[in-house]
Ligand binder design. Structure first.
Ligand SMILES: Nc1ncnc2c1ncn2[C@@H]1O[C@H](COP(=O)(O)OP(=O)(O)OP(=O)(O)O)[C@@H](O)[C@H]1O
Length: 222
């Protein structure tokens, strides 16, 4: 589902953020991406979303070769990928409902279909009763759940997260990871960048470690 073949990414500054990275994440797999600050984790996620383009090598997402993807087709790629950020990136002047509905409104979906999908997504993250509130009224963990509901509302086959538990305590972090696990259990391919080695090792899933832009380890931690 997510394939990197000898991928290099050099920024215009000359900095080589990724060097010769190769891996294959199969459909329905869930894995973590870890590494020191500046190791290249965010860069790798940006290549998957086509926010950045590889300097060398090949990135394939759900059979699409991103090297050959025309700019006008990038929105089709993005619809396949739900993204969760550390800082949620919610709109604080809109309700919970409106925040989650946003990707569907942009897609041009009919309002009655939007209602059904938004409520299904809010139900999955346990926030159905809070749809009329604004995010500011909710706790950090709840805000992250809204971010997750928004990421999955259009049922993407791929879910990416960049430090999704960075601001949460261990209990909430663990709950958020279980949520990702639930989406993975119904077939979504999940890749999560995280510094939280304790949490990752407890999950018993594949971990890929980046160091100075190179993939130094890939496997289930002992
Ligand atoms: N747009 C850019 N232009 C130039 N250099 C960049 C750019 N984006 C990232 N870099 C550099 O590339 C390297 C990798 O950055 P990246 O954000 O991918 O690391 P990271 O592993 O996600 O780090 P962190 O855990 O701190 O978020 C860093 O040295 C960073 O300064």
């Amino acid at each position: 589902m997510i394939q990197f073949h000898n991928v290099f990414k050099r920024y215009e500054s000359g900095h080589e953020a990724l060097q010769n990275v190769s891996f294959n994440l199969k459909e329905g797999e869930m894995a973590f991406l870890t590494g020191h600050s500046g190791a290249g984790k965010s860069t790798l996620l940006k290549l998957i979303m086509r926010m950045e383009v590889a300097t060398r090598g090949q990135v394939n997402i759900d059979g699409i070769n991103l090297n050959q993807l025309a700019r006008r087709h990038v929105p089709f790629l993005r619809r396949k990928i739900g993204v969760v950020f550390q800082d949620h990136q919610l709109l604080y002047d809109r309700s919970v409902y409106e925040n989650v509905a946003l990707p569907l409104v942009i897609e041009g979906m009919e309002p009655q279909d939007i209602g059904r999908r938004v409520r299904a997504a809010l139900d999955k993250v346990g926030l159905l009763s809070k749809e009329k509130l604004t995010p500011i009224m909710l706790s950090g963990g709840e805000q992250q759940r809204i971010g997750i509901a928004r990421a999955v509302v259009n049922k993407p086959p791929i879910l990416l997260a960049d430090e999704p538990t960075g601001n949460l305590d261990p209990q909430l972090s663990s709950e958020i990871m279980q949520l990702f696990r639930q989406f993975n259990a119904v077939g979504v391919t999940v890749l999560i960048a995280s510094h939280d080695l304790d949490l990752i090792s407890r999950m018993g899933l594949r971990m890929m470690e980046l160091s100075q832009g190179g993939l130094t380890r890939s496997g289930v931690p002992a």
